[in-house]
Design a protein around this ligand. Sequence first.
Ligand code: SAH
Length: 367
Amino acid sequence: MIATRLRQRIREAGPISIAAFMTQALFDPSDGFYATKDPIGAGADFITAPEISQMFGELIGLWAAQSWLDMGRPSPFNLVELGPGRGTMMADALRACRAVPGMLDATQVTLIEASAALKAVQARTLGPSGAQIRWVDRLEAVPPGPAIIVGNEFLDCLPLRQAIKHKGQWHERMIGLEDGDDGDDTASAFVFVLGPPLGIDEDLVPQRLRDAPDDTLVELRPGDRQIVEALATRFASQPGRALLIDYGPAQSEAGDTLQALRAHQKVPPLENPGTADLTGRVDFESLLLQARNLGLAAYGPVEQGRFLLGLGMESRATVLARSDPAQRSVIARQVWRLTDEHQMGALFKLVCLDSPGLSRPPGFTAD
Ligand code: SAH
C-alpha cells in the first residue's frame, strides 16, 4: 500500500515535502491513483470539461485549426496534448479539424502521458480517428518542428509544495507522522509539520506574496515552472503555440488549495493516499510572469465561459440540438456547466503561450 511505503519513508528519513507525497500518491507505479486506473468520468472520481460535452474538444480543435493557419499551415506539425486523460478532447478536436483542408494530413499527434492505464484508454478512444499517434513521457521528448500544444487539467495535478512564513522566513510545509507514532503501520495519521527554511527555493514563492506577514501559507508550483521552461526552450527555436486550461485565480492568492477528490466527493487530502485525486489551484499570475521573463508571448488568463462563448459555443449547441432535438435540454445543460460563472465558467481559465512573432491567438481578445 502507498500509505505503508510513505510511512516507512518518513520513519527512515523524516518528513517529506507535499510534492513527494503527491508524486507517490498519484504515480506510484504499482498503486498510484493515475498509474493504475481510469479515474475520469461520470461514474469515476472526477469529471472534466471534455467529458461533459463533445463541444469542448471541438472548440479546442477549431482553436488549433486557426492557430495552424496563423502559423502558415506548417506541414508536418506536431499536435501535442499534455495529460490527455481518456483521449476524449483529442478525438473531438481531430474531428473538428477535418473541416480544414490539408490539416489532418499535416498532423502528427503526440500525447504526453504518465499513466499506463490511461495510455491504453487513449489508444482505444483515438483508434477510430485514423490519426498517427505516438506517446512520449515529457515535453522535451516531443520531436522537433512546429507544434501546437494543448492541455486541460494537466497543471493542477503536478506536484505542488507549500511554505509558511515563520519569524520573517519562508519554511517548507511538510508531511510527517502524528506524535506518538510507534512504528505500528496501521496507527499513525499523516500530519503537516513545519520544515526547514526554503533557502534558494524562495524564488518559487509567488512574487505578489513575498512580503506577506508571518503565518501566511503560500503554494509553490515547481512542475508548472518546468513546463513553462520547456515551452520557452522549444519555442525559442521552433514555432509553436500552447493553450493551457486549468482552475485557479487570475492573481496569486495565499492559502492552502490542496484538495482530494474521490467518487466526486472532497475527502481529507492526507487520508488514504493513492485512492483519491490530489490537485491544487494553478497560479496563473506567476505562470504568465515567468513565461514573459523567458521571452514567450503570453496571453490571458481568460475565463473559460468567455473563451468558449467567444469561439462560438452557442451556435455549435444550436446545430447539435437541431440534428438531435431530443437532446436539446441535455446540450443546454452542458453549455451551462461549461460556461456559467457559478459552474466551470469563471474558476477555469485559459492562458496561451507562444513563440514571439505570431498573431494574437483566437479567443484572447485585446481588452
Ligand atoms: N486532460 C484530461 C485529463 C486530466 S487528468 C481531461 O481533461 O479529461 C490529468 C492527466 O494528466 C491524466 O491523464 C494524468 O495521467 C496526466 N498526467 C499527470 N501528471 C503527468 C505527468 N507528469 N506527465 C504526464 N502525464 C501526466
